[in-house]
Design a binder for this molecule. Structure first.
Ligand SMILES: Cc1cc2nc3c(=O)[nH]c(=O)nc-3n(C[C@H](O)[C@H](O)[C@H](O)COP(=O)(O)OP(=O)(O)OC[C@H]3O[C@@H](n4cnc5c(N)ncnc54)[C@H](O)[C@@H]3O)c2cc1C
Length: 491
């Protein structure tokens, strides 16, 4: 008998979503991730959970409706990491005309008719907080509802849910060879040790590496795909309002500027064809300048490339139609040859549809296993067992119970862990009860939780993926954290 029913190569959003779905349906699952969970494209998204207006423009109404349905599922099952936002599109005379935007948003509202989010509206920005940050001469803007997500935390919470339903999650475990017979036999370098595992089925969810894994590790032919790089920049906060701005740039591309970790703004995206190693993705100076120029066209406060605090980028694969990359909906391939163990390949697509994509992918395995029915749309992710409308109330409840927390600290903790914050703060009566501090936000109790429960092994796992505290942490605190974690890993 094989060790597992399903082995998964890759711990991005696609891999962890497959792991969660399959483990909850009763399969014995192992997920292998060569680095950290979400360390590649899945922590470099534009953080939008949305119906996608650009798809609406291409009249793909059914797709938009599906995506809006998924958006509302995310709000219900992950109310801590997925937050509703008002999106604002300032109307500009030389871009899409106002009547076109108004009618697009009318359709958007209709397609989201079951949603509890507020509907779209036309606003006079000369008398509305949305306009405060904007240059003149904007007079009108269109507002509508969508959501933003903490993408890398979504990956980790999905993995945590999978693990709590029995999946084995191994980070620092690189699959180096896979032999296919009636079962898969995988050779894995697991934190320096070579081990062999067997599995009845295999899922290749290795993102930008999918073709490389197929051809060199599974030694199977793989279709030619386009590799695409997506890049964004982080700058200081450019506006006070809690809106995401959507700009129609002069080249008709949509540019987003969203609030990012309270004190910052995320501006994106630029996409390009990519060649090379998906582990090494850089955003070039021209792209940084392009995004700054786009922001400067609209915001009063100027940003220049020297103001860029961080660039965020990742690579993924998209199918090619003709000579152009096809729509980024994600692709799934299922290979079930007689007498051979099945192979699922899943790549691309965005975070909004990742739950549904995984559900459909795992359903392909029903002829091979006795499986429980689909379940992921109704079950909250760890810590997400509260209604999204009560987020502020949850923050208040946390402050009532742990009175030493500031508003900002409570907001961050609830936004990251939801009700699991209890597992970190426990019976603490003061900040000292949480052990040593690494800067004003991070405590030893949180670091220990992340190391023991959320697979954090190195400072970057905490500072850039389990949180974004890397944006503000001082070098001496970072060094202290590194020393502390090195001791913990060695112990
Ligand atoms: C151009 C573009 C723009 C996008 N924009 C958005 C957007 O605006 N919003 C949005 O939500 N999404 C967006 N996406 C989609 C999203 O970023 C990705 O599709 C999604 O994160 C892909 O997740 P993944 O799990 O397939 O890959 P990844 O997150 O890259 O994960 C793959 C993992 O596999 C691991 N791996 C590779 N080889 C091995 C091995 N041999 N053994 C073990 N592990 C291995 C890697 O370390 C990596 O962690 C965009 C995608 C593209 C292409």
């Amino acid at each position: 008998m094989a060790d597992y029913d399903l082995a998964i190569i890759g711990g991005g959003i696609n891999g962890v979503s497959v792991a969660r779905d399959a483990a909850g349906r009763g399969l014995r699952v192992i997920l292998l991730e060569q680095g950290d969970l979400g360390s590649a494209a899945s922590s470099a998204t534009s953080r939008l959970i949305h119906g996608d207006l650009s798809i609406l423009e291409r009249r793909a109404f059914r797709r938009v409706r599906t995506r809006l349905g998924e958006r509302d599922i995310w709000l219900d099952i992950a109310p801590h990491v997925v937050r509703p936002m008002r999106f604002a599109i300032p109307a500009h005379a030389d871009e899409r005309p106002p009547w076109l935007l108004r009618s697009a948003l009318w359709f958007y509202d209709r397609l989201a008719s079951r949603s509890r989010l507020p509907r779209s509206a036309t606003i006079d920005v000369t008398h509305h907080p949305v306009g405060d940050a904007l240059k003149r001469p904007f007079g009108t803007a269109f507002e509508y509802s969508d959501c933003v997500v903490d993408d890398s935390r979504l990956v980790v919470l999905t993995a945590l849910d999978a693990a709590e339903r029995g999946a084995v999650i191994r980070t620092g475990a690189r699959c180096v060879r896979a032999d296919r017979e009636r079962v898969w036999r995988l050779a894995v370098i697991d934190r320096g040790q070579r081990r062999v595992i067997t599995s009845r089925a295999l899922a290749n969810t290795s993102g930008g590496w999918t073709g490389i894994v197929a051809e060199t590790i599974l030694r199977l032919p793989f279709p030619k795909l386009a590799a695409v790089q997506v890049g964004q920049i982080v700058v200081r906060r450019l506006f006070d309002s809690d809106n995401v701005y959507v700009f129609q740039n002069a080249d008709r591309r949509l540019i987003f500027a969203s609030p990012y970790e309270r004190d910052f703004t995320l501006i994106g995206t630029v996409t390009h064809a990519f060649t090379g190693d998906p582990a090494i993705v850089a955003v070039g100076a021209a792209d940084v300048a392009y995004l700054c120029d786009a922001a400067n066209r609209y915001f009063r406060e100027r940003v220049d490339p020297v103001d860029v605090i961080r660039v965020v980028s990742g690579v993924n694969l998209v199918p090619v139609r003709g000579r152009r990359p096809a729509a980024r909906d994600g692709s799934m391939m299922f290979d079930r040859r007689r007498g051979k163990a099945p192979l699922l390949t899943l790549f691309g697509g965005d975070v909004t549809t990742s739950r549904l994509r995984a559900e459909r992918a795992v359903s392909q395995l029903t002829p091979f296993y006795v499986m429980l029915p689909r379940w992921t749309a109704k079950a909250p992710l760890p810590g997400g067992d509260f209604a999204w409308e009560r987020f502020d109330w949850e923050v208040e409840a946390v402050r009532d119970r742990w009175r030493f927390l500031t508003e900002v600290q409570a907001q961050r903790l609830v936004g990251a862990y939801g009700r699991r914050v209890e597992d970190i703060l426990g019976e603490a009566k003061s900040r000292n009860d949480l052990g040593r501090s690494f800067g004003p936000e991070l405590t030893e109790a949180e670091v220990r939780y992340l190391m023991t429960r959320e697979w954090a092994r190195f400072p970057d796992d905490i500072l850039w993926r389990r949180s974004k505290l890397g944006l503000t942490m001082l070098a001496e605190d970072r060094d202290a954290l590194a020393a502390f974690m090195a001791k913990g890993t060695a112990a």
